[in-house]
Ligand binder design. Structure first.
Ligand SMILES: [Zn+2]
Length: 410
């Protein structure tokens, strides 16, 4: 059988494979018990084995006739008889789940929960497994409900609380996401302050988009109490603009840029996202333009040394068709800063073309191409991409033979 055929075959015949395994386990237990012969009388042992054998015979018949549901039922009956095989029960459920047969996993875990003679911890475990079944199967509401049932019995369940956090974040229920994240910070040892700040910013964002600026400010204040994340600061900037607090906006922008200059471009892209048709929208746009001008004229030595800040200023200049200003800014910057990335160089060449300085554009392009070419290695592996100037017959990284490729350098 080819390797590619084994996996589908195994999946199709999973139940049969499990049947054989469980039978072997039970025979093993039978033999062990027979050896020890202490707990049960021989007659009783034999009768248990007889019942089990009958059940597996039935189950196998159901399997042959293709009735998998009845086959499972028979298996579950069999496991009932032997308390030691409860782990097999769980293993079977997990196998079905990982095999995508969620309905079968659910029926196993449900029948386990319904049993009377099991310990509390086994019941909680089964309930947890059932919740994971629903979760994996995409039954969001049922997953939430079942995870909560687990917590009703035992609140100290990190993974369960974590799963609830993930689900509520996925569906954007930020109130609940907040509640469970707080709970998680109590159950676990990790500091959740940053995440809680992000969640509160998400809550605040919804208020902002709906025009509820007072509620937005409240949630944002809470977010800052947990952690002054970049996202919290950007939303505060927006709030300042919409509320006409222009001086505060200027100070906040400067502080934010000084602390995180690499976010410069992102900050302005975020500020431009404001979808509202109300009057506050036109006020906002006007103030945002003022803030951009303030930024473009800002002549802070520290800030202007950052390539991110320069690139974001160039983008803003280009957006308002001030190509000459963009060119002049970058030209001066390149003169003062020796450490230039390829991104800066490419941007400069584009600007040179736009302001019609073709000779210089050509010279700069030539220089850039030479630099790019010399940074490449002579050889590389066609299988894994390993780079080297040396000749290699066997790739040192992926160990394949004769995968070397040449870059045809002159
Ligand atoms: Zn390789």
């Amino acid at each position: 059988m080819l390797q590619s055929e084994i996996l589908p075959w195994f999946q199709d015949n999973l139940l049969s494979v499990i049947a054989v395994i469980i039978t072997l386990v039970l025979i093993y237990h039978y033999l062990i018990e027979k050896e020890q012969g202490v707990k049960l009388s021989k007659r009783f042992r034999d009768s248990i084995f007889e019942v089990q054998s009958k059940i597996f015979l039935n189950a196998s018949q159901y399997l042959i006739s293709g009735n998998k549901d009845l086959a499972i039922k028979e298996f579950l009956n069999a496991v009932d008889l032997n308390r030691e095989t409860i782990d097999t029960y769980f293993a079977l459920g997990r196998l079905f789940r990982s095999n995508g047969q969620i309905d079968k996993a659910i029926s196993i875990h449900r029948s386990l929960i319904a049993r009377e003679n099991i310990s509390e911890s086994t019941r909680v475990q089964a309930l947890k497994e059932l919740a994971i079944d629903f979760d994996k199967g995409g039954f969001v509401e049922k997953a939430i409900e079942t995870y909560k049932d687990v917590l009703k019995i035992n609140r100290d369940q990190f993974e369960v609380v974590h799963s609830l956090c993930r689900i509520y974040e996925d569906i954007g229920d930020w109130d609940q996401a907040y509640n469970y994240r707080i709970m998680l910070s109590k159950v676990g040892h990790d500091n959740q302050a940053e995440t809680i700040s992000h969640i509160l910013v998400q809550k605040a964002k919804i208020h902002f988009e709906k025009g509820r600026f007072r509620e937005c400010a409240e949630d944002l204040e809470d977010a800052f109490r947990f952690s002054p994340s970049v996202s919290a600061n950007i939303l505060k900037l927006k709030l300042n603009l919409v509320q006409g607090k222009f001086e505060e906006a200027k100070i906040l922008l400067l502080e934010l840029l000084k602390e995180h200059p690499m976010y410069a471009a992102f900050i302005f892209v975020s500020l431009e996202e404001f979808s509202s048709k109300s009057k506050s929208h036109s006020d906002y746009k006007e103030r945002l333009e003022l803030l951009k001008n303030y930024y473009l004229e800002m002549d802070d030595v520290d800030l202007n040394a950052s390539p991110s800040v320069i690139l974001s200023k160039i983008r803003l200049f280009k957006n308002i068709n001030k190509t000459q200003d963009a060119y002049k800014l970058l030209h001066d910057w390149i003169g003062k800063n020796s450490n230039q990335s390829d991104v800066i160089k490419i941007e400069f060449i584009k600007l040179l073309i736009e302001v019609d300085k073709k000779d210089e554009a050509l010279a700069q392009t030539h220089e850039l191409l030479n630099k790019l070419h010399s940074s490449l290695t002579r050889h590389f592996c066609s299988h894994c991409g390993f780079n080297s100037d040396e000749i290699f017959w066997r790739c040192p990284q992926c160990h394949n033979w004769e995968t070397i490729q040449f870059r045809w350098k002159v």
